[in-house]
Design a protein around this ligand. Structure first.
Ligand code: NAD
Length: 339
């Protein structure tokens, strides 16, 4: 004998149950409810689309500027070093590139000590040189046989000054370092990524490029002109590249870090009160560090972001989500009225 039953399965975690799957089934009356519910849950999971993995196993990444901007190669955690370490933690093999070879070598020694020998190599490269960029991509292919991820992390604060007083040759050099270098790296990395198989129905795609811009590329208010100009260029270069390379299965995204505390910043011998003002200038009132930037890069680099390209992701504790002047005005409106 059969009777008709509607099963409601609920997600096993979460405080308030939400219906996950509804089934209408013809159920023999002598079958126990628990075995039917297990059977049906299994069917439901296999019927879902493939689930993206967090793993970067068998992937190969180049991270430019993955030494550390500190004077001592072994000191400090810049965004590049932190990114190289987090990508390695997720399983990728890493090519650590930097102007300073000892600094890149130190990042490699940290990765190989924690995740296993041979998981990273160091390459000395100036990313403003086309030849060095080409060599860098070749080094990835020679060492690991493929290239999946490029993190264009090199960036400098560049010369001081507004349009009237900035030194034009330093300006040109700053644009080369912060903008043209990313084009040069992509020039050689994209053809290497195009060699990767695009498996039918694959959720991985052929490759992923993550450019490091800055909140300074989204807003005005920075005293010098070079830095915000170059970072604004990186933001829109990301969108333009995303359009160009999407047909080949290559995603291009951009992270805009806020006022992180990294060796680049510490190197300017920032007074404690300025450091404190940077901390409190965000919604979360917390000082960020290079891991915060690196975690966003790792997400965009991998399969979890398979449906994301041309995105510009601020990692800034909410700094760009609000107008500071208005925030101040509203806080006085909501404060207790004067007695
Ligand atoms: N620290 C922050 O608050 C912050 C905020 C927003 C954006 N960013 C961006 O994050 C990126 C990394 O910043 P960071 O603070 O970690 O800097 P960092 O100075 O600590 O590291 C940059 C690394 O790039 C290397 N480098 C510089 N020029 C190079 C070149 N031509 N070729 C190869 N390597 C070169 C340096 O040797 C250094 O190891 C930059 O693009 C920067 O603009 C930083």
């Amino acid at each position: 004998m059969y009777f008709c039953t509607i099963f409601l399965f609920y997600a096993s975690s979460g405080e308030s149950p939400s219906p996950a799957v509804h089934y209408l089934a013809l159920v023999p009356s002598n079958v126990e409810f628990t075995s039917i519910s297990k059977m049906s849950t299994m069917t439901a999971i296999t019927a879902f689309p493939p689930r993206p993995s967090r793993s970067l196993q068998n992937k190969v990444a180049i991270v430019t500027g993955s030494g550390s901007g500190s004077n001592s190669p072994s000191e400090g955690l810049g965004n590049g070093r932190a990114t190289a370490i987090l990508l390695a933690e997720a399983g990728a093999n890493i090519v650590c590139a930097d102007l300073s070879l000892p600094s890149a070598q130190h990042t490699v020694s940290l990765i190989n000590a924690e995740f296993g020998a041979g998981r990273a190599i160091a390459v000395q490269a100036d990313v403003t040189s086309a030849q060095d960029c080409s060599n860098l991509v070749q080094a990835a292919l020679d060492a690991y046989g493929r290239l999946d991820i490029l993190v264009n992390n090199v960036g400098v604060s560049g010369p001081p000054g507004n349009a009237v007083d900035v030194d034009p040759s330093a300006w040109a050099r700053g644009l080369e370092t912060n903008v043209s270098s990313m084009m040069l790296m992509a020039k050689y990395a994209v053809p290497a990524m195009e060699r990767n198989d695009l498996v039918e129905g694959s959720i991985a795609g052929r490759g992923s490029i993550v450019n490091i811009a800055s909140v300074a590329g989204l807003l005005g208010g920075v005293p010098m002109l070079l830095y915000p100009t170059s970072k604004g260029a990186v933001v829109n270069m990301t969108r333009a590249m995303a359009v160009h390379h999407a047909p080949m299965g290559i995603r291009v995204n951009c992270v805009c870090p806020g006022l992180l505390y990294t060796p680049m910043v510490a190197g300017h011998e920032m007074p404690p009160e300025v450091r404190e003002a940077r901390r409190t200038g965000s919604l979360l009132q917390t000082e960020g560090n290079a891991w915060d930037c690196a975690a966003a890069v790792r997400f965009l680099a991998g399969e979890e972001a398979r449906w994301i390209t041309g995105a510009v992701l601020p990692v800034d504790a909410g700094m760009t989500a609000t107008l500071p002047v208005l925030t101040g005005a509203f806080s006085t409106l909501t404060a207790d009225p004067p007695s």
